[in-house]
Design a protein around this ligand. Sequence first.
Ligand SMILES: Cc1ncc(C[n+]2csc(CCOP(=O)(O)OP(=O)(O)O)c2C)c(N)n1
Length: 566
Amino acid sequence: MNKPVEAPAVAISGAEAVVEMLRAHGVEVIFGLCGDTSLPLYDAMARLGSMRHILTRDERHAAYMADGYARLSGKVGVCEGPSGGGATYILPGLVEANESSVPILAINTDVSVSSRGKFTLTELDQRALMKPLTKWNAVLDRSADIPRVLRKAFEAMTTGRPGAAHIALPFDVQNGSVERGDVWGDPTLGSFPSRRVAPDPSLVELGAKLLRRAKNPLFICGGGVVLSGAEGELLALAETLGAPVATTISGKGSIDERSANAVGVVGSNGGTPETRAVVDAADVVIFVGCRAGSVTTERWRHPAPGTARIIHIDVDPAVPGTNYQVDVPLVGDARLCLAALNQALEGYRREGDLKFVEQQKRAKFEKFDALARSDETPIKPERVVSTLSECLDEDAIVVADPGTPCPYLSAYYLVRGTGRRYFSNRAHGALGYAAAASMGAHVARPQVKTVAVMGDGSFGMCVGELETAVRLKLPITFIVISNAVYGWIKAGQKTGYSQRYFSVDFGVTDHAKVADAFGVKSRRVTQPAELSGVLKKALAADGPTLVDIVCQPLHEAKAPVSEWVA
Ligand SMILES: Cc1ncc(C[n+]2csc(CCOP(=O)(O)OP(=O)(O)O)c2C)c(N)n1
């Protein structure tokens, strides 16, 4: 009788609420592949018309595309797929992004809540499957939870150490209703890093004190500098200290690699004896946004424990002190930590001596240049890297797969300018990442040239996505380093197992012909002299192109490969 009069709630479907929640967080594009359990979601996307959907040919590549998109856009990358195989196929991309601190959200639709536990086709425990591989994951049981769960996912992905999230979205949850008033989000959580945290001021003072006393300070930067957009603060501090700046592979783009302070990549995948010598000369090492993992530190030997004082900057409190005894742990956003150190060192300036760095770089590139000029066949990887460097503009994006591409490009392809211009999948190094990641990168930054460089092992794992590139007319150049072998592993059998080569060679494929069949303009190159002309033409084309380069296999190369695979 005395009941208050309530306005009738306006409801939308769960699937519509998902799309609107993504929009509320600034999502404009989703990469994915359809399935039975996804029909309501697809219908919502079709009816709302607010989301660009990029249809991929396999969920793994949808996740890699979301990863490349996130790295270049600074926004959360979103991918989707159906239940069962769609979930197990999306998983490799999700784990790579998570371990690389790249925020991607994967949504797998799922069998209805009401069908659980009845041997329903494609049912699997998505919660348990994704839990160890993501920063945060959830299975939706009720439509009403959609807004809250999506808000939580964005918060988890973009605060602190960025990471991947997964949501399982059952069929009946998509069809249930959600109150429109609950559908809201904070768009700042759609970009990363979204809630920057500053370091403890007393530890900043301690770090500044240590840096004032340092004789040979050295920065080793991981992916955290570019993720945080801390390049300006890094350069200011490096110049104040007159200090060299080395990077990991993911750290490329932290500093313009032409600058006097830049050392280049260090570690066992792209580092050389010359860059190692710079690490060994340091008396204070400042790790920035870098986990000091096995590759960067050559299994924790460079820097050798105890030889240098350590300042470790990372947004993840678990990182400083894990691999090295740390003198000053600075936990916080890289940009804020470096800015705080700059402030603490205001008025201080040290004349650093970068002559040693210059000598080491010259020695490294003298060896490289001699090989890069070689007219021998098969074409040397050095020739490919130097020709590509000459042909590309400064703002180009280069994505490298494992095998020959990653170490050679990491070592010798100089990133001109700062920010994300070069990347590889360094968390797991799974073959077949670059092609799809380059497509995502292109979607994020369509105004610049994007190039994916892969081995022929990788080609075999990503070839299906050439159709996507053709369908979307993506002007990406795919470069295949063709040598008919899993070369990196064969080189390992050479250096570590007395050349007992076993089950690493495969047959010769004409990748240009394969790509041509997909509709990609393609050329196969066997002669060094042809390379520049073919690459220039491919890079200038307005659709996808592929250059298949018959290359010297890694086990036939000498240094520095023998060190990388040792
Ligand atoms: C999915 C996956 N399986 C296996 C490996 C192990 N692995 C690392 S490098 C490599 C060989 C790469 O061969 P290819 O792509 O032909 O490049 P190459 O070394 O010959 O230049 C293999 C098999 C991997 N990284 N990823």
